[in-house]
Design a protein around this ligand. Structure first.
Ligand code: BTN
Length: 350
């Protein structure tokens, strides 16, 4: 069978699947144009005008309208034409103009991490994004589960940074800075960062970030950054460790607008990945620095005051003894105050 190389993923494609991809791209572009026209016009727009504007038949216009309705758009169709009544808050590719070809969208998936890993291994290019409305097996850090019902924002971004693997944790810092900045910009909320990469509002987690890397000794093949945001989900009152944007704001947010701003912010922050400014921004947003913390890292528990992070994103702690310790990874627990009676050897793993 005749095959070719796909410019987007770099992998070999059969002629048929290449044609299917081109067809999907065309359908998305047409749906986007129809939507834009209906949004801009705000009233009934005749199929004839749409067909003239887009250079396709009226039957084709009708088919795309039907497809938009299947996506959840409410479109009134009458003798006067088509009128957009309401739009669903879905993170469909054509809601992100300019990015739609990079987006792999799923109404529901096991985990966007798994799909992104497969895509990255097959050569998907930097900036490819896997978005899901819900995940059946969302994954959190340290092999935990990440509950992912409808209403949240779940996506994984494939990055191929040309940096040493030692600096890969900076990607977590970059992503957490981007999320906190987006929350501040859009809602004026005081989002803080908990090392290594949780985003908190009022001391409760609103966003988790999971990064998975594929690297050789000195070269990164890819880093997949998975971001889960409690957006329009509700967290039960008795859960004191988590919250959602809806719970904090008392209203639902537009997830597609949030994601659109966040993706722009990530792109902006990416340019700063190896700049000192990234560390400075993280420090300004940090809710961990200057707090007494307990770090549960692989094979070790460290208790002390968080005094700094280094250029690789490692947390530097001052222990009660005065000695400095570096934490490269692990779970961080903010303590209310210095815990004078904690014998560090006796702290049990939780
Ligand atoms: C954490 O434990 O704090 C990290 C949670 C990361 C969740 C996101 S949701 C999108 C992506 N897909 C997953 O399965 N996990 C990450």
């Amino acid at each position: 069978m005749q095959s070719n190389r796909n410019s987007q993923t770099g992998r070999r494609l059969t002629r048929t699947s290449a044609m299917v991809n081109i067809y999907k791209m065309k359908v998305n572009a047409t749906k986007k144009h129809i939507l834009k026209a209906l949004q801009d016009y705000g009233d009934h727009l005749s199929g004839e005008i749409l067909s003239e504007q887009l250079g396709i038949s009226r039957v084709s216009i009708w088919k795309h309208i039907r497809s938009l309705k299947e996506d959840g758009y409410v479109i009134d169709a009458s003798a006067r034409g088509y009128r957009l009544v309401s739009s669903p808050d879905l993170m469909l590719p054509y809601e992100f103009p300019g990015l739609e070809e990079r987006i792999h969208y799923f109404p529901e998936i096991g985990s966007t991490m798994d799909a992104a890993r497969e895509l990255a291994r097959k050569g998907a290019k930097e900036g490819t994004i896997v978005i899901a409305e819900a995940q059946a097996h969302g994954r959190g850090r340290l092999s935990r589960e990440w509950l992912s019902p409808k209403g949240g924002i779940y996506f994984t971004l494939i990055l191929r940074p040309r940096i040493s693997p030692a600096y890969a944790p900076r990607i977590n810092l970059m992503a957490s800075v981007a999320v906190a900045t987006t929350i501040k910009k859009l809602f004026g909320l005081n989002a803080e960062l908990k090392w290594p990469n949780d985003v908190l509002i009022e001391d409760r987690k609103v966003c988790g970030i999971l990064a998975e890397m594929d690297a050789e000794m000195d070269v990164i093949n890819f880093v997949n950054v998975g971001i889960g945001i409690n957006a329009n989900t509700s967290v039960p009152q008795f859960v004191k460790t988590a919250t959602s944007l809806k719970d904090v704001l008392g209203r639902e947010i537009s997830r597609k607008d949030f994601l659109s701003v966040l993706l722009g912010e990530i792109e902006r922050q990416q340019a700063l990945l190896m700049e000192a400014d990234l560390i400075e921004q993280w420090k300004k947003l940090s809710g961990t620095l200057n707090k007494y913390v307990r770090i549960l890292s692989p094979g070790e528990v460290i208790v002390g005051r968080a005094i700094d992070i280094d250029t690789t994103g490692a947390l530097i702690l001052k222990e009660r003894s005065g000695s400095l310790k570096k934490a490269l990874a692990g779970d961080c627990i903010h303590l209310r105050e210095e815990a004078p009676n904690i014998d560090m050897g006796a702290v049990s793993r939780q």
